[in-house]
Design a protein around this ligand. Structure first.
Ligand code: SAM
Ligand code: FES
Length: 360
């Protein structure tokens, strides 16, 4: 590619918030295959400067925080990449009670969190009614807080009931927008078609929706990433969560390679230009593969961080991948740690609940 072509593509993306499939492919190909370290650095610098401009135009230097409560690690699914998949007999399973969940919220509220994310495996113990009860209890105590669910694929009716009970947002990564790649990552009981249908249903019902994918998941090609970007452009989610794939020793993908921090950062920069006012988390997976991964994520355009509010006693059991950070004794100090990290790069945590700017 001639020297200025990639710059023109970044300029075009910044201007139009989209590229053609060929445009995305050229940009990714050049960045991911280039050997010249100086050129790599120049591409990153150019993209991240543009991405930070958009981020700061829309959000200043404020970073939204969402308190993550991992309330169950039981799951009926068997995704090949995931450490808490059903067939992993080595996981010690746990469920938090409603009371324990409310305690996590109380602690979070005290620390300044105004969004709680309830995440878990697909656990049939938590029936629609039980989830409704939890939502109502949290919203009754914390009417000024947003509540996000991230509990996988369910019927439109369940999603409707939970929305009516007070849930505001829903995170459901699409994982990969390519049919065959989806097959490669999941057993036959799961389908991309259903995953996408869930995302469209959630949007239609009125949730602020988060989609996303893993970077460097087994079998992923450049074309798959292009499909991911095109799908996101079509879906227009409010939030996009991406993080590197990380192996877990007790899964079928134990021997695969981890995803790359550099590629994740470059994709974050692209996503910021595609979605100037979107909510982009600097994920825990990014912080797991590089000690300063989340800070670099923010400097590449991310504007959300999701510290763990789960009780420290269970954090190790929600091990989606090996060496996950914030699971040890030090983890009670997550909020202080995050504040310090943000300050060190000239950003600050805000207590604003951080709805997408399009939401009134
Ligand atoms: N059950 C819900 C769902 O499927 O959406 C939420 C829980 S699931 C564990 C949350 C996310 O973790 C997944 O969407 C996936 O992208 C990510 N994840 C799982 N295993 C991972 C791995 N080995 N490396 C990186 N991310 C992983
Ligand atoms: Fe269900 Fe990972 S397989 S949460």
């Amino acid at each position: 590619m001639e020297a200025t072509r990639w710059k023109k593509l970044i300029d075009e993306l910044d201007h139009n918030h989209r590229l053609s499939a060929d445009g995305y492919r050229s940009l990714l190909e050049q960045r991911f295959t280039v050997q010249d370290a100086d050129l790599k650095e120049e591409m990153d610098r150019y993209l991240f400067e543009h991405a930070r401009n958009r981020q700061q135009q829309n959000f200043g230097r404020k970073i939204y925080v969402r308190g993550l409560i991992e309330f169950t690690n039981y799951c009926k699914n068997n995704c090949y990449y995931c450490g808490i998949r059903r067939d992993n007999r080595r996981v010690e399973r746990y469920r938090l009670t409603e009371e324990q969940i409310l305690e996590c919220c109380a602690e979070g509220y005290r620390l300044g969190y105004r969004t709680f994310v309830l995440q878990g495996g697909e656990d049939s113990y938590f029936t629609d009614d039980r989830i409704c009860d939890i939502i109502k209890a949290v919203k009754l105590r914390y009417p000024d807080c947003a509540l996000t669910l991230s509990i996988g694929e369910h019927s439109r009716d369940s999603y409707r009931r939970w929305f009516a009970a007070g849930a505001d947002r829903y995170l459901l990564r699409h994982e990969t927008a390519d049919e065959q790649h989806y097959r490669y990552l999941h057993p036959d009981t799961l389908s991309l078609q259903n995953r996408k249908a869930c995302l469209w249903a959630l949007k239609e019902i009125g949730y602020q929706v988060g989609a996303g994918f893993m970077v460097g998941s087994p079998g992923q090609t450049m074309d798959h990433l292009v499909e991911d970007l095109l799908f996101l452009s079509e879906l227009q989610p409010h939030m996009i969560g991406i993080g590197p794939f990380i192996t877990h020793q007790d899964t079928p993908f134990a021997k695969e390679k981890n995803g790359s921090v550099e590629q994740t950062l470059f994709l974050l920069g692209i996503l910021r230009l595609m979605f100037p006012s979107g909510l982009l988390p600097a994920t825990t997976a990014l912080g797991t593969l590089a000690p300063d991964g989340r800070e670099r994520g923010i400097l590449a355009g991310a504007n959300v961080i999701m510290p763990n509010l789960s009780p420290t006693a269970v954090r190790k059991q929600y091990s989606l991948y090996d060496n996950k950070i914030c699971t040890g004794e030090e983890s009670a100090q997550c909020t202080q740690c995050i504040k310090g990290r943000l300050r060190s790069i000239g950003y600050e945590m805000t207590v604003d609940r951080g709805d997408h700017p399009d939401i009134q």
